[in-house]
Design a protein around this ligand. Structure first.
Ligand code: C5P
Length: 202
């Protein structure tokens, strides 16, 4: 059958989610936000479940919890994400999704490097920590969360540090990824660059 995998990696709040959804819609591909898996494990850990157990027994309904987008769960996610056994428990699900008939877009931190090293398209979407913190601040306050720009910047930097410097599947661009820096691009402009790359490889 016809499979086609697009791997999109990058740090928090760089615009990956929006770009991934738009790409998936454009080509009629399925989309998996892999951060949601780690967030769901993090949320279960905050509820008292042991991390490896939480990853191994993750259920579809765990991905439906409405607290997954909070700053607290984001930090918990990046803490469980350093544990090798937690990551290992989530590999098969992600790889099966990637090989779905009809094409798939997966976004996360290690899709192009570890989960789908043979993906047909690899993008690394990034932006300065300041620009990302500002975007995340607007997103969180828009949803009614009470926070400050300074707090969000500190959180973004702490998460970058954990994601980039962990031993297991650290966040970095795959050697064959196209990097798109969205610091001075609108999401629409970044999407245009991404679509051009995909069309060239498709
Ligand atoms: O993308 P999102 O911000 O929702 O991810 C939450 C956390 O999950 C990240 O900070 C990272 O620690 C972890 N993660 C990961 N590998 C992925 C996706 C997310 O380690 N593929």
């Amino acid at each position: 059958t016809d499979t086609f995998t697009i791997a999109i990696d990058g740090p928090a709040a760089a615009g990956k989610g929006t770009i991934s959804k738009a790409i998936a819609a454009q080509f009629g591909f399925a989309h998996l936000d892999t951060g949601l898996l780690y967030r769901a494990v993090g949320a279960r850990v905050l509820s008292g479940v042991e991390p490896v157990e939480a990853a191994r027994t993750l259920q579809p309904q765990d991905l439906e919890r409405d607290d997954l987008r909070t700053a607290e769960v984001a930090q918990a996610a990046s803490k469980v994400a350093v544990i090798a056994e937690v990551r290992a428990a989530l590999v098969d699900f992600q790889r099966a999704f990637a090989r779905r008939a009809g094409g798939a877009v997966l976004d996360g931190r290690d899709i192009g490097t570890v989960i789908c090293p043979n993906a047909e398209v690899k993008l690394y979407v990034t932006a300065s920590a300041e620009v990302r913190a500002k975007r995340r601040f607007l997103e969180l306050t828009g949803k009614g969360e009470v926070t400050s720009l300074e707090t969000v910047l500190t959180d973004v930097k702490a998460r970058d540090d954990r994601d980039m410097n962990r031993a297991e599947a650290p966040l970095k661009p795959a050697t064959d990824a196209l990097t798109i820096d969205t610091s001075e691009l609108s999401i629409a402009q970044a999407l245009k660059v991404a679509l051009k790359e995909i069309s060239a490889l498709r």
